[in-house]
Design a protein around this ligand. Structure first.
Ligand SMILES: C[S@@+](CC[C@H](N)C(=O)[O-])C[C@H]1O[C@@H](n2cnc3c(N)ncnc32)[C@H](O)[C@@H]1O
Ligand code: SF4
Length: 339
């Protein structure tokens, strides 16, 4: 592996796009594989990328070091399901050692099935908060949505994470006619556990059998109803992503609404996304990308930097999703919410 750099290097060449937006946050998919098959995310019979096309753990670390050297402060590991990647504990440890040494925060988005095993590993590596996806607290419904998930295992995983001292945010994809009747109860449960809750609008991602337009639920209506029931106080918190936040009166937690289809967050976009294959996407809703895998394997640091510069030069100003549109390329390589 020739493309290495010191994580302690200063951001001598910050990643700034042609609209002056500085990239400080990277979401890195560490595998396209998953132990679940959520209907809105994956087909029942998935064809996964051949293993040799996926970045090795060493290559992921080398790439993370380049990002850190170029001013990235936050890295979120995602997938597929990051905790099913073999050797994930080594990756978590390696990236954790960059905390305080260029990197400010390491986080993860997980489906929670493996948290019983990995919660302590995450905590001791320096991870302080994680997002856990949970679309239903009804076992039958959970199994239906995920096609194979065991709710009790995920809830036990969440308990392990909480016991380990990790701050937890629950991600719930809001699905019309599937789990919309559970949203208020989920918010109350999150309040009782001290977890923040982010509701996510279904996005046109990936190749799945279900027709997502059937289950598309605009969060504006959900917000109005939660406001009446709980009282929502607008929060100034911003992440540079597609979420807006409210403090929930009396519950002491924050509600996030992730509405990528409404196109209102692009001006503050601070992020890029890396698929498990080393493809880097500048925008959630566009096919614009660069391929870093071969450059990491044989091109050297300059070649990787040059490709990142090309990505930044062409990073679109904004995305334009339609719920009935064909999925952009980013969706075929990785899913992208929950940040
Ligand atoms: C793709 S998953 C990857 C991490 C992990 N497997 C998980 O489920 O948390 C990241 C997030 O994307 C969400 N997601 C996946 N497909 C989506 C879609 N089509 N629309 C909206 N959110 C989606 C999931 O619910 C999850 O919260
Ligand atoms: S949303 Fe996460 S858990 Fe569900 S199938 Fe996609 S990657 Fe797996």
């Amino acid at each position: 592996m020739s493309a290495t750099t010191s994580p302690a290097a200063s951001a001598e060449r910050p990643m700034i796009d042609s609209f002056g937006r500085r990239i400080s946050y990277v979401r890195m998919s560490v595998t396209d594989r998953c132990d679940l098959r959520c209907r809105y995310c994956m087909a029942e019979k998935m064809t996964f990328v051949p293993r040799q096309d996926v970045l090795s753990l060493e290559e992921i670390v080398a790439l993370a070091d380049i990002f850190i050297a170029r001013g990235v402060k936050r890295i979120r590991l995602t997938g597929g399901e990051p905790l099913v990647r073999k050797g994930i504990e080594h990756l978590i440890g390696a990236l954790g050692s960059r905390l305080g040494n260029g990197l400010d925060e390491l986080t993860m988005t997980t489906n929670g099935t493996q948290l019983g095993r990995y919660a302590e590993t995450l905590r001791s590596a320096g991870v302080r908060r994680i997002n856990v996806s949970l679309d239903s607290r009804d076992p039958e419904r959970f199994r239906h949505i995920t096609r194979r998930g065991e709710l009790a295992k995920v809830l036990a995983g969440i308990d392990s994470a909480a016991d380990a001292g990790l701050k937890i945010k629950i991600n719930m994809v809001a699905l019309h006619g599937v789990n919309d009747d559970e949203i208020a109860a989920m918010l109350r449960w999150c309040g009782s556990r001290g977890f923040d809750l982010s509701l996510i609008e279904t996005m046109p991602l990936g190749d799945v059998e279900d027709d997502r337009t059937d289950h598309y639920l605009p969060l504006s209506a959900v917000k109005a109803s939660l406001d009446r029931e709980f009282g929502l106080i607008p929060s100034l918190a911003r992440t540079g992503g597609p979420a807006r936040y409210w403090d929930v009166d009396g519950l002491g937690i924050r509600l996030g609404l992730i509405t990528p289809l409404t196109n209102n967050f692009c001006a503050g976009c601070n992020r890029i996304r890396v698929a498990a294959t080393g493809t880097v996407f500048g925008c959630l809703g566009h096919d614009q990308k660069v391929e870093l895998r071969d450059l990491l394997r044989s091109g050297g640091r300059d070649a990787v930097d040059g490709a990142l510069d090309r990505l930044l030069a062409g990073k679109p100003e904004r995305h334009a999703f339609r719920i009935d549109a064909a999925a952009p390329a980013v969706a075929r390589h990785m899913s992208v919410t929950g940040g």
